[in-house]
Design a protein around this ligand. Structure first.
Ligand SMILES: [Zn+2]
Length: 377
C-alpha cells in the first residue's frame, strides 16, 4: 500500500482531525498553527482518497451569521486495521476502524512460545476477527523487548525467549496483511498520545510496571524511536551497585529488582516459601508481612529512581504509570514517589505521576494505531 498522507502538514492535519474531530478547518488551523490555505491544501488529497469527510451540518459561527464551518471527520469505515499484543501466554487482538475505535476483540491462549506456534495462532486470530478483508490491509504487532521496527525483526524478546525473529515477514505470510511491528510500550504510548493522557502534550512518558518495566517517550509531539530502535528503557537503568543480575546482561537494573518475576523471587527468598506466585505475594503484603512489604518497598524505590532519571533527562509534562502490575500498585506507590521526588532535579519534581489502568486491549489498540501510521509517509 502506498502512503496516502505524504507531507508533514498532511500528517499533522490528519492526526488533528483523528484525535479532535469532527473539527472545522478553522479550528484545525488554530490548533496546528498552519495557515488556512495550508490546511485546505493538505485536506484535498486525503479527502479525495476517501479518508476524510466533510460533515453536512456545521456549527454556525458565534454571532450566528456567516457560512457555517463544515467540520471535518475521519471516515471511520474507509479502512480497518488489526492490532495484536503478544504476551508470553496469549495473543490479544483487536480490529479497529480508521479512528482506532475497537470494533472487535479476541484473546487467544498460546500453546507455546516458539515462533511457529505464535505465528500459527496469529494467523488463526486474524482469520477469526477480520470481517471486511477487502478493506483490511494492515496489521500492527506489539511485542516486548528490542524491536527493529524498520527491519521488521524482533532482535530480543525476553518473555518469549526470541532472538532475531523476522516477525513482520512471517506474520505477513500467515495473515496476508502488511505488517508493522513495534515495541509494546511504544505502541501503547501511541494510543495514549492519540486518545489518552497524551492528547495535546508536547512531551510525556508512559511507564509500565509488571512482567517488565517499560517506558515510551514523546518529545516535541513525536514518539522517540531511538537511533537503534531502543529508547527510554528505564527498566535497564542501573540503580543498585550490587543488585541482582538482569536478563539483559547488566546488573542492578530496575527490572531486575522490580519486575513481577524479581518480586516473586525475592518474596520466596525472604519467606522461605518457594511456591509463592505473584497473587500470593500480593496477599502476604496486604496482610502486612513485614519482609514481603519491604520487597515491594525496594521495588518501588527502584522504579522511582528510574522514573527520576528519565524525567531529569527528557523533561516530560507528565508520566502515565500503567501496566498489569497496577494490581500491586498500592504496595509500592508511596515508595515510588518517595524515591522520585528527591531525585528529580528542581522543577522536574513537579512532573505528575498519573496512575492509569490500561488493559491489554489498549496495548493491542496501540498496535493498530501503529499500523494506521503506515498511511503516513
Ligand atoms: Zn537489565
Amino acid at each position: 500500500m502506498n502512503p496516502v498522507i505524504t507531507t508533514p502538514a498532511a500528517t499533522t492535519v490528519f492526526t488533528t482531525v483523528l484525535t479532535r474531530g469532527p473539527i472545522s478547518r478553522t479550528d484545525v488551523s488554530k490548533v496546528t498553527g498552519l495557515s488556512s490555505a495550508a490546511v485546505t491544501r493538505a485536506v484535498k488529497p486525503i479527502m479525495e482518497a476517501g479518508y476524510l469527510d466533510e460533515l453536512p451540518y456545521g456549527r454556525r459561527t458565534a454571532t450566528g451569521s456567516g457560512r457555517p464551518a463544515a467540520p471535518l471527520a475521519v471516515r471511520a469505515d474507509r479502512e480497518f486495521f488489526v492490532g495484536v499484543k503478544i504476551t508470553a501466554t496469549e495473543l490479544i487482538a483487536v480490529v479497529t476502524d480508521l479512528r482506532a475505535q475497537v470494533r472487535a476483540a479476541e484473546h487467544l491462549q498460546l500453546a507455546g512460545r516458539d515462533v511457529d506456534t505464535v505465528i500459527a495462532a496469529l494467523g488463526q486470530v486474524v482469520g477469526d476477527l477480520v470481517e471486511h478483508p477487502e478493506r483490511t490491509h494492515s496489521l500492527g504487532i506489539a511485542i516486548s523487548g528490542d524491536v527493529d521496527k524498520a527491519g521488521g525483526v524482533v532482535r530480543y524478546s525476553p518473555f518469549l525467549g526470541w532472538h532475531d525473529v523476522p516477525l513482520a515477514r512471517l506474520a505477513r505470510r500467515a495473515t496476508g496483511l502488511a505488517t508493522t511491528i513495534e515495541n509494546d510500550v511504544k505502541a501503547l504510548t501511541v494510543a495514549e498520545q492519540w486518545f489518552g493522557e497524551g492528547v495535546g502534550a508536547e512531551a510525556f512518558a508512559v511507564v509500565t510496571v509488571g512482567a517488565g518495566i517499560g517506558c515510551g517517550l514523546v518529545v516535541h509531539g513525536v514518539l522517540v524511536e531511538g537511533g537503534y530502535g531502543v529508547a527510554g528503557e528505564i527498566g535497564h537503568v542501573p540503580v543498585a551497585d550490587f543488585g541482582p543480575a538482569c536478563h539483559c546482561g547488566g546488573r542492578g537494573c530496575v527490572e531486575a529488582i522490580a519486575s513481577e518475576r524479581a518480586i516473586v523471587a525475592q518474596a520466596r527468598a525472604v519467606t522461605g516459601q518457594d511456591r509463592l506466585d505473584m497473587n500470593a505475594v500480593i496477599d502476604l503484603a496486604h496482610q502486612g508481612h513485614p519482609a514481603v512489604c519491604e520487597v515491594f518497598a525496594i521495588a518501588g524505590r527502584a522504579i522511582g529512581r528510574g522514573i527520576a532519571a528519565m524525567v531529569n533527562m527528557f523533561g516530560p509534562e507528565k508520566v502515565v504509570v500503567s501496566g498489569e502490575g497496577l494490581a500491586a500498585y498500592d504496595l509500592f506507590e508511596n515508595h515510588i514517589r518517595d524515591a522520585f521526588t528527591p531525585q528529580a532535579f528542581g522543577a522536574a519534581g513537579r512532573c505528575p505521576l498519573v496512575i492509569r489502568p490500561l488493559p491489554f486491549e489498549e496495548w493491542a489498540r496501540g498496535a493498530a494505531a501503529v499500523s494506521i501510521q503506515t498511511l503516513f509517509r
